[in-house]
Write a protein that binds this ligand. Sequence first.
Ligand SMILES: NC(=O)c1ccc[n+]([C@@H]2O[C@H](COP(=O)([O-])OP(=O)(O)OC[C@H]3O[C@@H](n4cnc5c(N)ncnc54)[C@H](OP(=O)(O)O)[C@@H]3O)[C@@H](O)[C@H]2O)c1
Length: 270
Amino acid sequence: MTDRIAIIGFGNIANAIITPLLDKKLLQPENVYCVVNSEKSLENLKKNYKHNINIYRSGSKESKIIWDCQYKLLSIKPQQFNDISEFHYVKNKDNLIISILAGVSINKLKQKFPNHKCVRVVTNIPIIVGKGLTGITWGETITDDQKLITRKLFQNTSKIYELTEDYLDIFLALTSSGPAIIALIIEALSDGGLSGGLQKNLSEELVIEMILGTINLIKELKLSTSELKNLVTSPGGTTISALRVLEKKSIRSALIESIVSASNRSREFR
Ligand SMILES: NC(=O)c1ccc[n+]([C@@H]2O[C@H](COP(=O)([O-])OP(=O)(O)OC[C@H]3O[C@@H](n4cnc5c(N)ncnc54)[C@H](OP(=O)(O)O)[C@@H]3O)[C@@H](O)[C@H]2O)c1
């Protein structure tokens, strides 16, 4: 990419999106203009970030330069959305805002950035290791070039799904909140191992390898989840005894409701 790109908010996710592109030289550091809120983050990035990008503090005179970039990645928290306003000299309607904010609708983006076209993206944290999932909803009249650039930002590190906006909240709940749910499950299962006398590290390693192995089995043999369950559940055995406890504690319902709740929370930001 030879275009200049502004990053509004350079936290965990922006870092995960942009750093691999800089590492692979798909973006040039001199073309990246980013703005953060606090002096602390500014200093930290200036001192410790491995690529020599342009970094500014929000509200500073120099930071206005971000509005000259045709492409802008909006990567603040939804709660910080009201603190941002479009610089009123922006008049080029081909400028593009690519928002990764949970829940914030294209409509709300258009109201906030009337002189921009807007795209809404949901991505997830495994993009750090190139195993991300990214959902994209195009706003109106997005050009092919703008689609190309947006895809380029994510295709190196994630599988891309283009969806209508109606599905973006549930996509977010499953893929973006999902890693935290899986982390909790790993932690809880490891505690089970710990309770049985295993060392914490060993217990966690076993859980992670077991999950990876199970996923590979499902993918490679194209097993359905019930086929897999039947494969390892013998009459009167240990596994059915474990599953019985989970059913008693309504784990299915808890997991379903956790996804519905994350999706509803995302809708609240609309
Ligand atoms: N975490 C996830 O797994 C995940 C996944 C997908 C999408 N998302 C979305 O990604 C977005 C960012 O999440 P995150 O976890 O990366 O948050 P984060 O680490 O807290 O980063 C937020 C960034 O925004 C900056 N910022 C705050 N107010 C600003 C302002 N007025 N002007 C300019 N910059 C400002 C912060 O600067 P300071 O550090 O100086 O405050 C920080 O650099 C969220 O909207 C979230 O919904 C998150």
